[in-house]
Design a protein around this ligand. Structure first.
Ligand code: NAP
Length: 255
């Protein structure tokens, strides 16, 4: 039985992860942490939400922390967990290349899975995009999320651009000749791939990768209509974390 703490347990994703762990046969929820909802009872009063992750980890025997918090707090959370030599699954977005380098330096013998997107369909969308990048001339990404998402562009779009870049032959410099009469009109760039971010009420998490070539285009699109779409990926990460060595970045690496 894996003993798990959920950090960000009162958030939109955290609540789903709490339900997943309570209903999964090989997991036990032993702690819930969040800045909001302090004192709130979880699982008919067995557990209450506390806001001090380090203290929760010090008080209990814990196998794994799952973090769905905020981009500005996630690195501090990671350091707290690694300091206690505990394994970690991170779904919080906003983790940069610099952050990953730092994590690799401090991870020691601990195991960590960081995935910008836990939806299996989204991971396939990224993999298909990587494949298409070999054959198509150009590409842009449109990512769409609910209006409460703080960071942009999304972690998924950044990861997609990184994967496309591994197979892409087009020179990023080719894109620098455009004139923007309104700044930002062409979106942001990651690895030479333009990314356009849309934030609107009613949306959950969506992304379209549009490839262009002479006389044709190819669209690869994924929609998460509900946060339940992320849970099979989180469950897979829980089941596979003991088999990984150090840091795994991207769910595609454990599929
Ligand atoms: P949310 O509803 O705002 O929940 C985040 C919760 O974490 C909030 O209650 C927040 O409290 C709390 N929090 C912030 N800092 C904390 C800290 N240091 N310690 C403990 N709790 C803290 O956000 P969400 O929609 O659940 O999303 C959470 C993260 O997951 C975001 O980065 C989002 O982009 C990402 N996400 C990832 C995936 C994936 O598949 N990887 C899918 C969906 C979302 P305050 O509001 O007081 O800050």
């Amino acid at each position: 039985m894996k003993k798990i703490v959920v950090n960000g347990a009162n958030g939109k994703m955290g609540k789903r992860v709490v339900d997943l762990i309570l209903n999964k046969s090989n997991t036990k929820l032993v702690g819930v942490c969040d800045k909001k909802g302090l004192g709130k009872k979880i699982n008919s009063g067995d557990l209450i939400i506390k806001d001090n992750l380090a203290q929760i980890l010090a008080e209990k025997d814990i196998d794994l922390v799952i973090d769905f918090t905020t981009p500005d707090s996630v690195m501090d959370n990671i350091k707290i967990v690694l300091d206690k030599n505990t394994n970690m699954i991170v779904g919080t977005t906003g983790i940069t290349d610099k952050n990953l380098t730092e994590i690799r330096k401090i991870i020691g013998k601990n195991k960590m899975i960081i995935a910008p997107n836990f939806a299996i369909g989204a991971v396939l969308m990224m993999e298909f995009s990587k494949k298409a990048a070999k054959y198509m001339d150009d590409v842009e990404i449109i990512e769409l999320h609910h209006d409460k998402k703080i960071d942009s562009p999304s972690g998924t779009s950044i990861r997609t651009a990184e994967l496309i870049n591994e197979n892409f032959t087009k020179n990023a410099d080719d894109k620098k000749n455009y004139i923007e009469s309104l700044s930002g009109a062409r979106g942001a760039q990651k690895n030479g791939v333009n990314i356009h971010s849309i934030r609107l009420k009613g949306l959950v998490a969506h992304q379209e990768v549009i490839f262009g070539a002479e006389g044709q285009s190819l669209s690869i699109k994924h929609d998460s209509y509900d946060r339940s779409s992320f849970m099979p990926g989180v469950a897979m990460a829980i089941d596979k974390i003991d088999q990984v060595s150090n840091l795994v970045y991207g769910l595609e690496n454990i599929l």
